[in-house]
Design a protein around this ligand. Structure first.
Ligand code: 3H9
Length: 702
């Protein structure tokens, strides 16, 4: 056996050289791997005893792609495109033996090889677009030549992974193999090739673009679709341009174009934002308790409450294959709870996305009861009842009575003090917050709210559950609104103030969408229902600082019963059940009247001014939650807003965005806005400190 860098091993099997890439955790193509691969190919070509080469990955994956941690750092030779070219140019047949992930640069290496075999575990894809990139190691040129422009564009623009069978149907791989030993499958394939005297077969010469008219039609369709759907994203159109290059140019010219476009993407702030989001969501899942304690086993889950939230949580749990016991106060409410769960699956069946038998199988895991005693066997209970302290405390007293020792007792409250809820039980060490977002089976975010007396293994259990449910978990401390809703209350108030000061809700929504949000705050309010915020405002009225500015416009709408989409009007009009609202002159008249009442002389805001204020309020309160250790790091705030509140992922999150703008600039803005309302615009001590030290939020993420 010879070893080049330790991450690439070579071993001869008769006249076939097996090259194994071993770079945990995912065999990313860092500089050592690239060097090792290139020198293994050189050595194999020079060795007359070698007749063919097999590339395989050690561990759970073939190759996870380029090493994302190298992006933005000085490049080190050999570059990945050169390694792929070197593999392809090899005079002896090269077989890629794929199991697990063959993603991005990992698939590009496989496409550089001459033959491909995949095991059942294989997942192939070109997900660079999700990182603000395009496949930059020949992927934009080889993939369309191998599987055609339409299929290649679909893979590259969607970033999805395909399984082995689909990869074979697309022509991405030549054959499928049974078993779990990729190297063995590769060696067997190579043996056949050598015995048959097969020559290298280069993807650059593949002919799937020969129907030029079909390819051009696919490119035109993708361009039109991308123009409509890409919402401010930079790299998708570059992918289309690169595929056009594949059709119009020689392979080498196409590669040169791909390189140029790849570097443009690499340099873009969107790439930095998306890579920050990628690492942040993985970091956020590593709360200290996940290292210090082992999770308790979870084999069955109880859910108290079958309303929208409880049913959504039930679906999320059922989707993870865990049985659910739902508790409601009477048979009628329980039937509604079951119907709420069934409705979700029936919708999937109606759309053809689920087989009726699969729905029956899932619903067989659902059990309902009106008696708390039915929860005696479950390992974890999630309470999702009415948002009221006394009601929740009563529920927890019952849970304390019936649940087995060691069961985790979780509340889905979005604001309330979980320490007080825990105090209603004799086992506060088992009580935690699991704040799901609506619809709970769809929204990715799960705030894991950690009260003072909870045991570390309960926190670890919550993170383990999040993983099982496919949620992105963030650790939050107890305060009114935790991370997300607490910060939302502040930038929501900034939006209200701008509305009273002269901007229309329609202009504010437009400006916020222009920043990259799918919806503006007033559209979101109409969608969620204005009555929810109204109830919260009433609850807080007694504790509100009387000196704080309070904009009454939303109350005026709620008093009229204008709660948004569900009532046909809110900030917008929704005639005949329309899902997209139209501006309402009556709302504008109410706003005018309120400005008069409040003695405000309306002024003009540009869209840019709106966004600056909106973001400054968000960032400042984000800094406060970090300062007060409600969030562990700025990245936890970023993950919360990207996954729970529609913050554009390509901007990384509010704290990452603040770093890109520059913290001194954000602080200057806040000080300027404070001239009008010093109580609201108090700079966060953390922001002030970072600016004084010339530091940024990123420095607190490590
Ligand atoms: C590209 O290839 C560009 C080329 O076209 C052109 C170049 C010129 N690099 O997700 P997990 C880390 S762009 C570095 O929890 P799983 C990850 O941070 C790339 N690190 O595991 C984590 O670290 P830690 C295209 C990486 O089993 C650990 O590995 N490729 C990379 O659930 C485990 O990750 C992609 O976009 C990487 N490429 O899922 C694939 N990938 O333990 C991105 C992962 O310190 N990766 N890490 O927190 C994935 O989709 C998943 O990680 C994968 C495994 C499916 C591979």
């Amino acid at each position: 056996m010879t070893t080049s860098p330790a991450s690439v091993r070579t071993r001869r099997h008769d006249d076939i050289l097996l090259v194994t890439i071993d770079n945990p955790p995912v065999n990313a193509l860092g500089v050592d791997v690239r060097r090792g691969l290139a020198s293994a190919i050189e050595a194999a070509e020079a060795d007359p005893a070698v007749k063919a080469i097999v590339l395989a990955g050690a561990g759970r994956n073939f190759l996870g792609g380029a090493d994302i941690r190298e992006f933005g750092k000085p490049p080190q030779a050999p570059a990945l495109p050169d390694v792929c070219d070197r593999i392809e140019a090899c005079a002896k047949p090269v077989v890629a033996a794929i199991h697990g992930a063959a993603l991005g640069g990992g698939l590009e290496v496989a496409l550089g090889a001459h033959y491909r075999v995949a095991l059942g575990t294989a997942r192939l894809g070109l997900p660079e677009v999700l990182l603000g990139l395009l496949p930059g190691a020949g992927g934009t040129q080889r993939t369309p030549r191998l599987i055609g422009a339409a299929a290649a564009l679909d893979l590259m623009l969607g970033g999805r992974h395909v399984g082995a069978a689909e990869a074979a149907a697309l022509g991405l791989v030549d054959r499928l193999a049974e078993g779990e030993d990729a190297a063995a499958a590769g060696l067997a394939y190579a043996r056949e090739l050598v015995d048959a005297g097969a020559a290298p077969r280069r993807t650059r010469e593949a002919a799937a673009l020969s129907d030029r008219a079909a390819a051009q039609a696919a490119i035109d369709a993708a361009r039109a679709e991308t123009g409509k759907k890409a919402r401010g994203l930079f790299s998708p159109m570059k992918i289309v341009d690169a595929v056009q290059g594949a059709l119009d140019s020689s392979f080498d010219d196409g590669l040169a174009l791909e390189r140029k476009l790849f570097l443009e993407c690499l340099d873009s702030p969107q790439r930095a934002g998306l890579v920050h989001a990628f690492f942040s969501e993985r970091e956020a899942a590593k709360a200290p308790e996940t290292r210090s304690a082992r999770p308790r086993p979870i084999a069955g889950v109880g859910i108290v409450g079958g309303g929208t939230m409880g049913a959504g949580i039930a679906v999320a749990v059922l989707d993870a294959g865990l049985p659910v016991v739902m508790i409601e106060r009477d048979e009628e409410a329980l039937a509604r709870g079951r119907a709420n769960v069934e409705k979700v699956y029936a919708g999937l069946v109606a759309k053809g996305r689920m087989q009726p038998q699969a729905m029956d199988a899932v619903m067989a895991l659902w059990r309902g009861s009106t008696a708390y005693d039915a929860l005696s066997g479950v390992d974890l209970v999630i309470e999702a009842v009415f948002e009221d302290m006394a009601v929740k405390q009563d529920v927890f007293k019952e849970l304390d009575r019936v649940c087995k020792p060691g069961a985790v007792l979780a509340t889905n409250t979005s604001y309330l003090d979980i320490d007080r809820i825990a105090a209603a039980t004799g086992r506060p060490q088992d009580v935690i917050g699991l704040h799901f977002f609506s619809p709970a089976n769809i929204m990715k975010l799960l705030e894991i709210v950690v009260p003072a007396r909870v045991a570390a293994d309960v926190v670890a259990t919550a993170f383990e559950l999040a993983k099982k449910l496919g949620k992105t978990a963030v650790r939050a401390g107890v305060c009114d609104g935790f991370i997300g809703n607490r910060v939302l209350a502040v930038y929501g108030a900034a939006a209200q103030a701008m509305m009273e000061d002269g901007a229309s809700p329609y202009q504010i929504d437009k400006a916020v969408r222009g920043f990259g949000y799918p919806m503006g705050p007033f559209q979101v309010s109409d969608l969620a229902g204005g009555d929810i915020g109204w109830a919260t405002r009433k609850r807080r009225a007694a504790t509100r600082d009387p000196k704080a500015r309070y904009v009454q416009i939303p109350d005026r709408l709620c008093e009229r019963g204008w709660f948004g989409q569900k009532t046909g009007r809110g900030y917008y009009l929704y005639p005949d059940g329309a899902r997209v609202g139209t501006p309402d002159p009556e709302v504008e008249a109410i706003i005018d009247a309120e400005r008069l009442r409040a003695g405000v002389a309306p002024k003009h805001f540009t869209d840019d001014e709106i966004v600056r204020r909106y973001l400054a309020a968000m960032i400042n309160e984000g800094a406060n939650v970090v300062h007060q250790k409600i969030a562990l790091r700025p990245l936890d705030v970023d993950v919360t807003f990207v996954h729970g509140y529609g913050f554009p992922r390509y901007r990384g999150g509010p704290m990452h965005y603040a770093d890109t703008v520059g913290l001194p600039k954000i602080l200057d803005d806040i000080r300027e806005f404070a001239k009008e309302d010093p109580l609201f615009w108090q700079p966060s001590p953390l922001l002030v400190d970072l600016v004084a030290r010339g530091a940024n939020f990123a420095s607190l993420n490590t």
